[in-house]
Design a protein around this ligand. Structure first.
Ligand code: PLP
Length: 394
């Protein structure tokens, strides 16, 4: 028996462990400090009433013989897929229900999709980025090359004709930088993928935070993208489903690689290895698209947007450069006075009692940057913003 040696090539995931350790140590030494966490990437508002009602009704249905549901379709119930297709139609993207696959969240599918691709492919991943893309490819033994995201390109790298890649990751709005591609940026990637016969894996987990109607929320808003891109999305940040678990992956019929349609391949993969998302959860997700559900989830997103605005305004007053915060729950700030990411983490914790996430934890280009999130409540966010302003205006 031999284990998959590639697991041994993974770097220790110490970012959040290290943060917890440092915070616990500081709190022990300074129990009087009320620490505010702006490092969290999890939502804090509860599920909206329309979703809760749908979950309750579906639970009751499961207790009655006539309305009980056993195994459902692996790729999701039509009632949810139709709602998602309707949501895309609002963005002028037409999707057939069979192109939509319901999942238990974007993270699983971002990892699972790699089953479809040979280990020999070269993968292009932006740096800095959501660490799951890198680690899942290392596990499979794939060669990873990086696209530099930095201040010179507004943290939105464009294709480099000298780089060869078969699989390309794009995350927009981006975690951790909060940067969002415009149509021209995404079109450049679609054109590049077409030229190289490459596939784009587009992570739209934060699409619902895009407030500017001029910015794309789906890669399929770009002409021809259906021929080259798979899109991953999630109810986690849109509707507070981080603990409820539901997402969806779109594999267009038009996406053909080496003469093989990826839609059929993914269907085969899912029907073999996955038994679907619970009926109750899919009913809850469908309620996100009801009139009430839309209104209530939007109100929650607006609540987080207001937090982002408070933090962004503070950085504006301090003259600190940042990306994100306007169409994203993340604010990616330059550490003041040339401080390194971890140095600034310690400085902010020790002098303001505020916790963020050191940019260096997201990749080499994250050094010197720091991520703040909009997921705390108004009161704490305002308090943290005041403390940051007081400390950094010295
Ligand atoms: N994609 C990005 C960029 C994320 O930041 C996250 C979670 O933080 C996910 C995907 C995971 O989403 P889900 O909760 O649907 O698995």
């Amino acid at each position: 028996m031999k284990i998959n040696q590639h697991y041994l090539e993974l770097e220790k995931s110490y970012l959040f462990t290290m943060i917890s350790k440092k915070v616990a140590q500081f709190q022990q030494q300074h129990p009087e400090v009320d620490i505010i966490r702006l490092g969290i990437g999890d939502v804090t508002l509860p599920l909206c009433p329309a979703v809760v009602e749908a979950l309750e009704n579906a639970s009751a249905e499961m207790g009655v013989k006539e309305t009980f549901h056993g195994y459902g379709p692996e790729q999701g119930y039509d009632f949810l897929k139709e709602k998602i297709a309707g949501y895309y139609a609002e963005k002028s993207v037409s999707l057939a229900p069979d192109e939509i696959f319901i999942s238990d969240g974007a993270k699983s599918d971002l990892g699972n999709i790699l089953d479809l691709f040979d280990a020999d492919n070269t993968v292009l991943i932006p740096d800095p980025v959501y660490p799951v893309y890198v680690d899942t490819n290392i596990m499979a033994g794939r060669k990873v090359v990086f696209a530099n995201a930095d201040a010179s390109n507004g943290f939105l790298p464009l294709p480099d004709e000298n780089t060869d890649a078969d699989i390309i990751y794009i995350c927009s709005p981006n975690n951790p930088t909060g940067a969002v591609y415009d149509h021209a940026g995404l079109k450049a990637w679609v054109d590049y993928a077409k030229k190289r016969d490459a596939v784009i894996l587009f992570d739209a987990a934060y699409e619902s935070f895009v407030a500017d109607p001029a910015l794309p929320r789906s890669i399929y808003e770009i002409e021809g993208a259906k021929e080259v891109a798979i899109e991953f999305c999630s109810f986690s940040k849109t509707a507070g489903f981080t603990g409820t678990r539901c997402g969806y992956t779109i594999v267009p019929e038009a996406l053909v690689c080496g003469g093989v349609g990826l839609n059929g391949l993914w269907l085969r993969r899912q029907t073999t290895k996955f038994n679907g998302v619970p009926y109750i959860i899919q009913k809850g997700a469908a309620a996100v698209f009801s009139e009430e559900g839309r209104r209530q989830t939007l109100a929650n997103i607006d609540y987080y947007r207001e937090n982002a605005r408070i933090l962004a305004d503070t950085l504006d007053r301090l003259g600190i450069r940042y990306t994100g915060g306007k169409n994203s729950p993340y604010i990616w700030m330059e550490c003041p006075n040339g401080m390194k990411s971890w140095e600034f983490f310690d400085y902010l914790l020790e002098n303001a009692g505020v916790v963020g996430t050191p940019g260096a934890g997201f990749g080499t280009n994250g050094e010197g940057y720091f991520r703040l999130t909009a997921f705390n409540d108004h009161e704490n966010t305002e308090k943290a913003a005041k403390r940051i302003e007081k400390l950094l205006s010295k």
